[in-house]
Design a protein around this ligand. Structure first.
Ligand code: COA
Length: 331
């Protein structure tokens, strides 16, 4: 049976930098407040007309180059996004056409901040069964257009940004790659971090003038509740993955947690007794790009030489749903 490993990565951030200072022109906030509560200094926003499938193109080109592959080698596309270009069809279909992939399958995964780890788990199964040899896995988001950029939406708006990461999951006979993945959801907390409209269950039309007036088209978050669950679920799902593989905390080469908030990452690190060099953080530059954070951080970690062959790399995520997940790999 083949093992699934990451043969190439890439990432892309739109060029427009939005600083905390700039946000304070639209809403009652400050650089100090944002920095102290979240660790975020700036984030990137797309220009209007740009969707996650557009951001995914340069990320994919980079990942293919790193893997020494071309579009012809890819057997399947998994596109993790909670902010698809359109309600239908999925962003994976758009990417397939834009990059000239063959008539391969394209699957959108909508598990918000955990989308990339869920996607990794799906790719893992296809590779292990021998169905596919090379899978393109994307995590890409355009969150800026779901932000209420007024004082009313400031608790959520300062956190999120746009960006894309890509990884090629390939088959190998070597003793390396994904060791296990762990997936969880608790739907009792759907409304603690959600985007309510447009909605098929809203009737005709799927979004009304009233919904717009109430701001239902914006992402809404109960920050305190999200924080409380995140700092429990992250360590829990990381420990679950370590136990499964009989790996100790000290043996983690690099933990790449979903970049939700610097304070959350610091609490995970503290609870797990990890050193600074064992934990990846880049939230200060990009904010929370939802499904994009892990593949973007992975791409940067590789560029910075923070991962070597044989290292134990752990991914962990928590977000809207609530959904949380982890993956362990031997690099
Ligand atoms: C969102 C978050 C930063 C808010 O921090 P907090 O310390 O919980 O702050 P609170 O929500 O209690 O708000 C404290 C005050 O700051 C205000 N405030 C909220 N957002 C603000 C902003 N951007 N700028 C300035 N003040 C703000 C609130 O209105 C409140 O004012 P009040 O005391 O006058 O009512 C924090 O809850 C958090 O990080 N949660 C997790 C979010 C997350 O990671 N989401 C992604 C998960 S995938």
């Amino acid at each position: 049976m083949s093992n699934p490993y990451i043969s190439g990565t890439g990432y892309y951030l739109p060029p427009r930098v939005v600083t905390n200072e700039e946000l304070s022109n639209f809403m009652d906030t400050s650089n100090e407040w944002i920095l102290e509560r979240t660790g975020i200094e700036e984030r990137r926003y797309v220009e209007s007309g740009v969707g996650p499938s557009d951001l995914a193109i340069p990320a994919t080109e980079q990942a293919l180059l790193a893997a020494g592959l071309t579009v012809k080698d890819i057997d399947f596309i998994i596109f993790a996004t909670s902010t698809p270009d359109y309600y239908a069809p999925g962003s994976g279909c758009l990417l397939q056409e834009k990059m000239g992939f063959g008539e391969i399958g394209a699957l959108d995964v909508r598990v918000q901040c955990s989308g990339f780890v869920y996607g990794l788990s799906i790719a893992e199964q296809y590779i292990r069964t021998g169905m596919f040899k090379h899978i393109l896995l994307i995590g890409a988001e355009v969150q800026s257009t779901a932000m209420d950029l007024t004082t009313e939406g400031r608790d959520t708006a300062v956190i999120f940004g746009d960006g894309a990461g890509a990884a090629i999951i390939s088959a190998t006979e070597e003793d390396r790659g994904i060791l296990s993945t762990h997936l969880h959801t608790d739907g009792r907390y759907v409304k603690e971090l959600w985007l309510e409209a447009p909605a098929s269950k809203a009737g005709h039309p799927r979004i009304s003038k009233n919904d717009l007036d109430e701001g239902k088209q914006y992402l809404k978050m109960n920050g305190r509740e999200v924080f409380r669950h995140a700092v429990t679920r992250f360590p829990e799902v990381i420990i679950e993955a370590l136990k499964k593989n009989k790996i100790e905390q000290k043996d983690i080469g690099l933990l790449i947690p979903h970049q939700a908030n610097l304070r959350i990452t610091q609490m995970i690190q503290k609870k797990m007794g990890l050193r600074d060099d064992q934990v990846m953080s880049n939230i200060h530059k990009y904010g929370n790009t939802t499904a994009g954070t892990i593949p973007i951080a992975l791409g940067e970690a590789i560029e910075e030489g923070r991962i070597s062959e044989g290292d134990i790399v752990v991914f962990a995520s928590f977000g809207s749903g609530f959904s949380w997940a982890s993956a362990v790999m031997k690099w």
